[in-house]
Each structure stands twice: as structure tokens, then as C-alpha cells.
Design a protein around this ligand. Structure first.
Ligand SMILES: Cc1cc2nc3c(=O)[nH]c(=O)nc-3n(C[C@H](O)[C@H](O)[C@H](O)COP(=O)(O)OP(=O)(O)OC[C@H]3O[C@@H](n4cnc5c(N)ncnc54)[C@H](O)[C@@H]3O)c2cc1C
Length: 275
């Protein structure tokens, strides 16, 4: 895109992008690799999202799941739940979608260099955290311990299974997985994600927690981080709300005076505990 075109680009107008690869991850979720037709990179921060549109159907906010360092495009993981996300399920490699963004605030990995990093992901919450996890692992020597807690409903709903195995095998990563309901294939922990906390000794003075999952999970995970003594301003989470414009105009995602799409979706718990 030329500089002049970039300057006049409207945040309301979707830019064309092409699906270059896709893979069914579970019964409900599909992984996508996309490229902007302009050839530009999104230049996002981990935790930011795009508005993806299917022409003639509508738009939905979806987190960017690849790290910013990925060359040639970006990745999404989409759970097919309604109009837009089910329309995306029908699209094939080579098909076009519209993309606006990246929008929102991301997680800041630079200011927490030197700290132990605890990731707590529930279900689809692994999607935005994955972008940050890889960002941290790409500069592994800049951080202390890296601890990942990941919980899903059942073994068949695990996302990014190859990468979970990679983290499990990596001696510099402390990976702990759990499922709410086990089956014959499952050898690990059974229970909600908070049942993983007693498995590790965390240093409250040097640990930063990044949390993403269903709304119900936040309250219980924050109870655990507070019990350990991790300060609220060192506990970060990503909040999902129904969004329309993505840029703080329409008010669909407003909580009190806060527009989650613009001032979030990533906040410290200190910032949002009053909401
Ligand atoms: C910042 C952000 C990041 C997100 N990242 C991802 C992602 O990476 N992958 C992904 O699969 N999804 C993600 N979502 C959720 C996704 O945006 C919704 O599932 C999507 O908008 C549904 O659109 P639809 O047209 O398919 O469904 P609709 O036809 O609009 O609705 C289908 C059903 O889902 C409910 N619903 C829709 N949106 C939400 C919501 N946000 N919260 C609770 N219930 C809702 C509706 O009430 C309805 O019951 C994210 C949402 C936000 C706000």
C-alpha cells in the first residue's frame, strides 16, 4: 500500500485478505492462516484482535493467535458458534474475507522481562495467549520461569495439540494441562484449571500472570493468584465482550465508562476490578 493510501485508509472499511491454509482442530474450532492482499503485515501486539468479515454476512472480533514475528500473514483459530463464524466454516483455501484492525490493547511482554511468567488459559483463551507465549519463548533468555496452565472441557477439545506436546517436552517450560472430564486416552490432571495451582511453587514477588478464558474462570483464577500473593497490577487478563465497531464508537462493549474494544481487551486486574 502507498503512504497516501495508508493515510486515507478508513478504520471502518475492511481490507481484503485471503485464506492461505486451514485445518480442522476440533469438532468446533478451525485454524486459519491468512494473508492481507495488500501484502502488508498486521504488526499487532499479542492479545490484539481483528474484525473479520464474510461478505454479505457480517463481522466478528477474533484474536490474532500468531506471534507478531510470524512472516507472511497471520493466524486465527475460530470456534463456529453463529452466523459469521459458521459462514467462515464454509470458506476454503483461496477464498476472500475482509479484515479490519488490529484493534485494542495487547499484552506487554517487554515490561515484564526478567520476571517469572505464568500463563493461565481456559478453552479458547489459549488463542490470544498463544501469541504471547510464542513471543516470550522466542526470547526465552529474557524471562525467568515460564509456567503454562491450560484447561479444557475434555481431551477432544484441546487446541494446538502439537504445540502442547512441544511445551511439555521443553525443559525450559513448566507445562501443566487439565481437563474437566477425562476419557480413556487421558493420563493427566482432571479438574478445573485452578486445581493446577498446588502443583507449582510460585514466587509472588517475581511472578506476572496472564489469564484468558471464559468469564466465569477469571474470578476463580484471580482468587488463586491473590492467594499466592501475586499483586493485582501484575495480573493481566483479556476480557471478551460483544463488539461491533472495534474502535470505541458504537458502545456495544462498554462497561461503565470503559470501551473494552479500545481500552482493552487486555487489562491488569488492578485496572478493572471495580468494573
Ligand atoms: C476481543 C475478542 C476476541 C475474540 N477472539 C476469538 C477467537 O480468537 N476465536 C473465536 O472463535 N472467537 C473469538 N471471540 C468470540 C467471537 O467474536 C464470537 O464467537 C463471534 O462474534 C460470534 O459471531 P457469530 O456471528 O458467529 O455469532 P452470532 O450469530 O452473533 O451469535 C451466536 C451465539 O453466540 C453468542 N455470542 C456471540 N458473541 C459472543 C461473545 N463475544 N460473548 C458471548 N456470547 C457471544 C450469541 O449470543 C449467540 O448465542 C472473540 C471475541 C472478542 C470480543
Amino acid at each position: 500500500m502507498t503512504k497516501a493510501a495508508e493515510e486515507t485508509r478508513s478504520v471502518y472499511v475492511p481490507e481484503p485478505a485471503t485464506i492461505v491454509d486451514k485445518d480442522r482442530m476440533t469438532q468446533q474450532e478451525t485454524w486459519y492462516e491468512l494473508r492481507m492482499d495488500s501484502g502488508q503485515q498486521l504488526e499487532h501486539d499479542p492479545g490484539q484482535f481483528v474484525m473479520i468479515s464474510v461478505f454479505g454476512v457480517g463481522e466478528a472480533p477474533i484474536s490474532i493467535s500468531s506471534p507478531p514475528t510470524k512472516e507472511d500473514g497471520f493466524e486465527l483459530c475460530i470456534r463456529h458458534v453463529g452466523n459469521v463464524t459458521n459462514a467462515i466454516k464454509e470458506l476454503e483455501v483461496g477464498d476472500k474475507v475482509g479484515i479490519r484492525g488490529p484493534f485494542g490493547t495487547g499484552f506487554d511482554s517487554d515490561t515484564v522481562a526478567g520476571k517469572d511468567i505464568l500463563f493461565v488459559a481456559g478453552g479458547l483463551g489459549l488463542v490470544p495467549l498463544r501469541s504471547l507465549i510464542w513471543t516470550v519463548l522466542e526470547k526465552r533468555e529474557d524471562y525467568g520461569r515460564v509456567i503454562i496452565f491450560y484447561g479444557t472441557r475434555s481431551p477432544s477439545t484441546l487446541l494446538y495439540e502439537d504445540e502442547l506436546q512441544q511445551w511439555e517436552d521443553d525443559p525450559t517450560v513448566e507445562y501443566h494441562g487439565t481437563v474437566d472430564m477425562a476419557d480413556d486416552t487421558w493420563k493427566g490432571n482432571v479438574g478445573v484449571v485452578t486445581t493446577l495451582f498446588p502443583r507449582v511453587d510460585l514466587d509472588p514477588d517475581n511472578t506476572v500472570a496472564f489469564i484468558c478464558g471464559p468469564n466465569i474462570m477469571f474470578r476463580f483464577v484471580v482468587q488463586e493468584t491473590q492467594k499466592v500473593g501475586i499483586p493485582d497490577d501484575m495480573t493481566f487478563l483479556s476480557m471478551e465482550r460483544r463488539m461491533k465497531c472495534g474502535i470505541g464508537k458504537c458502545g456495544h462493549c462498554q462497561e461503565g465508562s470503559v470501551y473494552i474494544c479500545r481500552e482493552g481487551p487486555c487489562f491488569s486486574y488492578e485496572q478493572i476490578k471495580a468494573l
